[in-house]
Design a protein around this ligand. Structure first.
Ligand SMILES: *Cc1c(COP(=O)(O)O)cnc(C)c1O
Length: 360
């Protein structure tokens, strides 16, 4: 079997033991004679899967009891609408921290439902840094403040979570959930599409403080109302059963590895060796300011040379997949989510060293 190191930003690598377990259980889950894909979402077997998935996530992230965990569909992109539909109903105002392409999408969707304001932005420097935010910048009347904790395309991340006082902080955590320890109690809502650090595409995780549920207007579509998901245990309609099962396997894998604390240590090591190499390289450079750098998505460029296409092609031939940068920023990008082993990053660095020698 020929597995590659896949640096895709999403869908991305899944832990190999998870794929093997899913393969083993694929045709007959738990001796049921059925695949998980064929189980009724109301069956006891599936109830156990979704219950356990939630319990594992609660344990891993130490989610306080006054938060609900929901499994929705429509990706993080649907949350761009669900958040304002559910929260933008008191003052009708929301504050945004604008740090890249994804925050822009969240912002333009929210604009349809109320008054939005950008309180801090790094657009002036092409989103290569994280702007400072302090509590005095926040409108005390705002229904929420929105941030994107890790900017998948630009390769930046918040080193510290801004203090928003009593205004609920809503975070798009799609590309760094489960990668480092965070204090859930600082957030009103955390949401994340699964296909980066949770599992296959198709399910979205929403962690929401209880007091933020039940505020949607009557006109809010049923399937876009958080209340629908809390009332039904995410089983109002058929959920993405197989994706939830896969997420459960990923959570089990992460727990066995030593939890998020251990994962963070590994992730920081992986990122550090790659940044260290890039920073001392005479060919490659990082476009992102130190102090704002993501440990999940690491863009790099080859300044002044037309070597990007050659790099990506030769890397692929060496078993290093999907290193092309996002079309909006160019260059290269290595996404090194939880499932990327340190050996994969080492292989990338070795390849970059060889490439640098060959293209002096
Ligand atoms: C991938 C990503 C999205 C989009 O997720 P979908 O599940 O495809 O809608 C949104 N925000 C961030 C930060 C992402 O990384």
């Amino acid at each position: 079997m020929n597995r590659v190191y896949n640096f895709s930003a999403g869908p991305s690598m899944l832990p190999f033991p998870v794929l093997e377990k899913a393969q083993k259980e694929l045709v007959s889950y738990n001796e049921s004679g059925m695949s998980v894909m064929e189980l009724s979402h109301r069956s006891g077997l599936f109830t156990n899967i979704i219950t356990e998935a939630e319990a594992l996530l609660r344990e891993l992230m130490q989610i306080p009891d006054n938060y609900k965990v929901l499994f929705t569909q429509g990706g993080a992109s649907q949350q761009f609408a669900m958040v304002p539909l559910n929260l933008l109903n008191k003052s009708g105002k929301a504050d945004f921290i604008h740090t890249g392409s994804w925050s822009k999408k969240a912002l333009s969707e929210a604009k349809k439902y109320g008054e939005t304001r950008v309180i801090a932005s790094s657009e002036d420097e092409n989103f290569t840094y994280i702007p400072d935010v302090d509590v005095t910048m926040i409108d005390k009347e705002a229904d929420y403040v929105h941030i994107t904790t890790n900017n998948t395309i630009e390769g930046t991340a918040f080193a510290t979570i801004p203090d928003t006082g009593d205004v609920p902080l809503v975070a798009d955590m799609s590309s760094n959930i489960l990668s480092e320890q965070i204090d859930v109690s600082k957030f009103g809502i955390i949401y994340a599409g699964a296909q980066k650090n949770i599992g296959p595409a198709g399910v979205t995780v929403v962690i929401i403080r209880e007091d933020l549920i039940g505020q949607a207007k009557d006109s809010c579509p049923t399937m876009l109302n958080y209340q629908t998901f809390t009332d039904s245990g995410s089983l109002y309609n058929t959920p993405p059963t197989f994706a939830i099962y896969m997420a459960k396997l990923v959570f089990e894998w992460l727990k066995k590895l030593g939890g998020i604390k251990k994962m963070e240590k590994i992730n920081r090591e992986k990122a550090a060796i790659l940044y260290d190499y890039i920073d001392q390289s005479e060919l490659f450079a990082s476009p992102v300011k130190k102090g704002s750098r993501s440990i999940m998505n690491i863009p790099f460029i080859i300044p002044g040379r037309e070597l990007d296409a050659q790099f990506v092609k030769e890397a692929q031939e060496a078993g290093l997949e999907t290193l092309k940068g996002h079309r909006s920023v160019g260059g290269m990008r290595a996404s090194i989510y939880n499932a990327m082993p340190v050996e994969g990053v080492q292989a990338l660095i070795q390849f970059m060293k060889d490439f640098e020698t060959r293209n002096k």
